[in-house]
Design a binder for this molecule. Structure first.
Ligand SMILES: [Zn+2]
Length: 283
């Protein structure tokens, strides 16, 4: 689990299928996901190591409307081996890894997560994104504050990492302003912030930005026009300072934004315009 989390972080928040299947411990191959099923149950483990959830479409986050993840039983015998090892994790409290498969071969790890309930009627397990939620007596009867907590958690631990993966993959792990290509130094920035109705976590409302350009964009030192041109704040352009100011910020003025290969992933012009108006009205 430590390797998965560290490797994903170094990479920009996701892993590829081949490296998950090719993991080794002491020269022995020890796949972290199952080659063909969603549930990976190593023979020597009492409970499940990992589960994969395939995501279909940018709005497929409804599985966590209550702040929990609802994971369908593996087809076949509900009391069969694969399901039973997930059930086992409820009583032991053993953590597991959830992989969100955003698109073929691309997996966003969320770890650790905990199986907290077995919903026999709906044939699904209820998975919590935080250990604290294990201690709620009945996760299907949350009070308002517990529900708010669970939903906030889902946003931070599930939806934001998934958004980052989608955006970084679309931009081939490059900052769209300066082209820096180190996943661990890149964020997915919202064009319209998620506090606004238009601020949905879709690729077209996202920009792959390095940490400094993300902060500069959010602080209105940098604006991006609806035709994808970088505009640097006048006062910042007039300052004199060291190389980060000169090369990292001032020289970005007038550059054309890098856009994804897939034109349907390009930034939405209306969203860029909404944000650019705020940049022009700053101060
Ligand atoms: Zn950058």
């Amino acid at each position: 689990m430590g390797w998965v989390v560290a490797r994903a972080e170094a990479n920009g928040g996701f892993l590829e299928r081949s490296e998950l299947l090719d993991f080794h411990i002491d020269d022995r191959r020890f796949p972290i996901i199952d080659r063909s099923r969603g549930i990976r149950n190593p023979a020597i483990f009492a409970s499940t190591l990992s589960i994969v959830q395939s995501v279909h479409g940018p709005y497929a986050d409804t599985e966590s409307e209550d702040g929990f993840l609802h994971y369908a039983y593996q087809a076949g015998d509900p009391w069969g081996g694969a399901n039973n090892k997930l059930r086992e994790a409820i009583s032991t409290g053993a953590p597991l890894i959830l992989f969100r498969k955003e698109q073929p071969n691309i997996y966003t790890p969320i770890a650790p997560v905990y199986v907290v309930d077995d919903d026999v009627e709906n044939r699904e397990f209820i998975i919590a994104l935080d250990e604290a939620l294990r201690f709620i007596p009945d996760v299907r009867q949350l009070d308002a504050s517990q529900r708010a907590y669970a939903r906030r958690l889902a946003k931070v631990r599930l939806h934001q990492p998934a958004f980052r993966t989608r955006v970084l993959v679309a931009y081939k792990r490059r900052c769209s302003i300066c082209l820096l290509a180190h996943g661990s130094l890149l964020d997915a920035a919202h064009i319209v912030p998620d506090s606004e109705p238009l601020g949905v976590p879709t690729v077209v409302n996202g920009l792959s930005l390095c940490k400094i350009h993300h902060a500069a964009y959010d602080q209105n030192f940098i604006g991006i026009s609806p035709d994808s041109r970088v505009v640097v704040d006048d006062e910042l352009l007039a300052e004199r300072d060291g190389p980060m100011l000169k090369h990292g910020l001032q020289e970005m003025h007038g550059r054309v934004l890098l856009t994804p290969d897939n034109p349907s992933h390009s930034p939405n012009r209306e969203n860029l315009a909404w944000r650019f108006e705020r940049f022009l009205a700053r101060a």
